[in-house]
Design a protein around this ligand. Structure first.
Ligand SMILES: [Zn+2]
Ligand SMILES: [Zn+2]
Length: 756
């Protein structure tokens, strides 16, 4: 029977080769009809025999690689007769909700052209097509058309234009399409910004081989590159960058060379070769050909594969590819700025004339039990939407202070921003403000509610308050650890209630103290604090975070220990500050408990990057250690199931073991096991009281895979269902999604009107 069906496809379906794909599918099945883009996605009409139409609908489910289909809806139409299948002009009307795509690694077809001496794009470092190339980082506005990208200044040559307008071509409506005749041009500049003679890639490679450091303009910003096996070059890079210990990422040319550096498992290789091309944290191989200074004292190594044609041309052996910045500044992405800021680090600049519109860091992921767990969600992932409950107002969630992201949500979609960074200086605050405005335009979302952290001093909180006053919008304050658990729920499409375990550095508690070792009974609308680590003083406040030895003092370890002797000049004073409580706010943070143990074991007294002491304690722990220190839950005395955990007993057990001559790896292993047991014991107690059988684990402490493994194994053995993160990081990079989920859920249960 001859039928005609109207079809609407929503999701990331524009600028990804979707219309040529539909054209090809319909033509192959002998169907008549049309396909076009509109503000909501792609509309299709197909007409023909009903079984062919059914096959067409099934075929739509296997779209081009960069397309992400969120929804397909159909409706019957009267048959019109006639033949032929047309790609029709775009309909610009209606509410805009078609989605901007993410930046995507060079596809196999473009790679073949890059390497084919007969191809007109042979060796051209900007080759791309509808299946690959820059997107989010070059989009300046919507709709996604060339004038609204940083390719606007490059007029297409006749050959490129012909491809661009041919529905049968791989480059049909590929906005960044270009070639050597009409597109961006690579140059190598010296420190003074002067163009150097010679072929830029060849010259840059020669410089790297001689031990030089080259600033390389990538998709979302500048990298600093050095040959990863060259000890002198990597050491020079560390010294010039003022970065003492934080591991550098490495870009390897291909999978076989990755396997010389690390032992990737299949899920890790899948991520390495995915279109997003994140940095994947891998187990480092013993004897890997890497300079020690690449990742000092670290059992893992962050590796990525080339993701632009330029990288493919440049990288023939593993290169350190670290963010183009000094110390903790945001990475440079504007050419002038890069030349100024990196001139004392780089010997040369491999750069080009296609501007980067949005600074976007490399994403960082690890694999936990065969599944992805993000550590930093940025390039290649942003701005893919994440599902949240539909309905409710448009929300802007402003995120936390460190590792900030923000999140715009409306109509069941949450757009979590690229990694903004630590909101502690003008540059990151500006990036935050500009980013919010950019997202609001790109996704046509005008927030009606602003969600924020309870910490009054976070710049993200101040922004929310200021904007709420300006526009008379309601504010929703979301407690930090509740936001962590809500992020884990949203990440897993779970509404709760659950037993939430939120372990992190510090977050502002509902009672104004610093929390960080929390057991919550939580759903998306609210929470009850049901258990926590017994608070100890944080002597010197933020100073104690930078100096873990102070936490050893705060936990009252004997003054005869080596950690006290190493810090003798200040020890008594810090102990006194802790006792008096002045300048020593109480904290229930598990991160600080790890700090105390790391200091007691001589792993680290002072840190150079956030979480360093805990990271190094994990690295030192013997993963085969099976015994654990006993953990105890004390009744909180409120007549309910609430409990307090005396963390000092764990520290004391560590001290006793150390004095008994037990090795540091064994002690660190036992301590990890004990914290894992603590998670299980707390969950069991709360299950007995509430009947809840699902546990959500969140907070930066759960980036520690040894602890996560212990906790999840123990919980599952005790019969719990366990939720961990797969789409947003467990650290503060996930907070904005949690805030948005809470704001949406509260709006659904409360009458409209200002809340704060
Ligand atoms: Zn391609
Ligand atoms: Zn061209």
């Amino acid at each position: 029977m001859r039928v005609r069906t109207g079809i609407r496809v929503e999701g990331i379906v524009q600028g990804v080769g979707f219309r040529p794909f539909v054209h090809g599918l319909a033509t192959a099945l002998g169907l008549a009809g049309l396909v076009g883009n509109d503000a909501g996605g792609v509309f299709i009409e197909v007409e023909g025999e009903d079984d062919a139409v059914d096959r067409f609908l099934r075929g739509l489910r296997a779209p081009p690689p960069l397309a992400v289909i969120e929804r397909i809806t159909t409706r019957p139409l009267p048959a019109e007769g006639g033949g032929g299948f047309a790609i029709v002009g775009s309909d610009a009307g209606g509410r805009r909700s078609a989605l901007v795509s993410f930046d995507s690694a060079t596809c196999p077809a473009c790679l073949r052209e890059l390497r084919d001496p007969a191809d007109r794009r042979h060796g051209y470092p900007f080759v791309n097509c509808t299946g690959c190339g820059p997107r989010f980082t070059i989009v300046t506005d919507v709709p996604y058309d060339r004038p609204n990208t940083t390719m606007a200044g490059f007029a297409m040559c006749a050959d490129c234009a012909a491809e661009y307008h041919d529905p049968a071509d791989r480059r049909f409506h590929a906005q960044p399409v270009c070639c050597p005749a009409c597109g961006p041009r690579l140059v190598l500049r010296d420190r003074e910004g002067r163009e150097r003679a010679g072929e830029p890639i060849e010259e840059a490679r020669a410089l790297l081989r001689r031990g030089g450091i080259v600033a390389v303009k990538g998709l979302g910003g500048y990298h600093l590159a050095a040959t990863a096996a060259d000890r002198a070059a990597v050491a020079a890079l560390r010294a010039r960058k003022h970065r003492e210990d934080k591991p550098f990422a490495v870009m390897a040319p291909d999978l076989p060379s990755v396997r010389l550096l690390a032992d990737p498992e299949p899920a890790e290789e899948t991520l390495l070769t995915s279109a997003a091309r994140p940095i994947v944290l891998l187990r480092r191989r013993a004897g890997a050909p890497l300079a020690e200074a690449v990742a000092p004292g670290n059992r893992s190594i962050g590796v990525m594969l080339p993701y632009t044609p330029m990288h493919h041309l440049l990288v023939s052996e593993p290169l350190v590819m670290t963010s183009g910045n000094v110390s903790d500044e945001p990475i440079a992405y504007r050419d002038e700025d890069a030349l100024t800021r990196l001139r004392d680090i780089a010997d040369a600049f491999l750069t080009h004339d296609r501007p980067i519109h949005v600074r976007t860091d490399d994403s960082v992921v690890r694999v936990f039990r065969g599944r992805e767990m993000p550590v930093r969600r940025s390039r290649g992932y942003v701005p893919r939407p994440l599902p949240v409950p539909a309905g409710g107002p448009a929300v802007l969630a402003c995120g936390a202070e460190l590792k900030n992201t923000f999140c715009l949500a409306e109509g069941g979609r949450a757009f979590v921003s690229h990694h903004i960074g630590d909101l502690e200086n003008y540059e990151t605050l500006r990036a935050f403000r500009e980013g919010v405005g950019h997202f609001e335009r790109l996704f046509a979302i005008a927030p009606a509610v602003l969600a924020h952290d309870l910490h009054p001093e976070y710049l993200s909180t101040k922004y929310a308050v200021e904007r709420a006053e300006e526009r008379e919008l309601p504010l929703i304050g979301v407690q930090h650890h509740h936001a962590h658990i809500a992020a884990c729920l949203a990440d897993n499409g779970h509404a709760g209630p659950v037993i939430g375990v939120a372990f992190d550095g510090t977050g502002y508690g509902a009672d104004g103290t610093l929390w960080g070792g929390e057991f919550l009974l939580a759903d998306l609308t609210g929470f009850q604090r049901a258990g926590h680590l017994r608070p100890v003083p944080l002597p010197g406040g933020a100073t104690a975070i930078r100096e873990p030895w102070r936490m050893a003092a705060a936990y009252g370890v004997p003054a005869t220990l080596a950690v006290a002797r190493r810090n003798a000049a200040m020890w008594d004073q810090v102990v006194a500050v802790g006792r008096a409580g002045l300048g020593a706010p109480p904290t229930s943070s598990v991160g600080r408990l790890f700090d105390a143990v790391a200091a007691v074991l001589g792993v680290r007294d002072r840190i150079n990057y956030e979480g360093q002491a805990a990271v190094e304690l994990e690295q030192r722990a013997d993963p085969w250690e099976r015994s654990a220190y006993p953990v105890r839950l004390e009744d909180a005395g409120d007549g309910g199931p609430s409990f307090v955990v005396p963390g000092a007993e764990l520290v004391q057990a560590v001290v006793d073991d150390l004095l008994a001559g037990t090795s540091v790896p064994a002690i660190a292993g036992r301590f990890h096991n004990a914290v894992g047991d603590l998670v299980v014991a707390g969950a069991v107690r709360l299950r007995e009281a509430t009947g809840l059988t699902t546990v959500a684990l969140s907070g930066g402490v759960f980036q520690n895979l040894l602890l996560l493994e212990r906790a999840v194994t123990g919980l599952e053995a005790a019969g719990f269902a366990v939720l961990v993160h797969h789409r947003v990081p467990p650290n503060d990079g996930g907070i904005s999604l949690g805030q948005a989920a809470v704001a949406i859920a509260r709006a659904a249960t409360e009458p409209a009107g200002p809340t704060s």
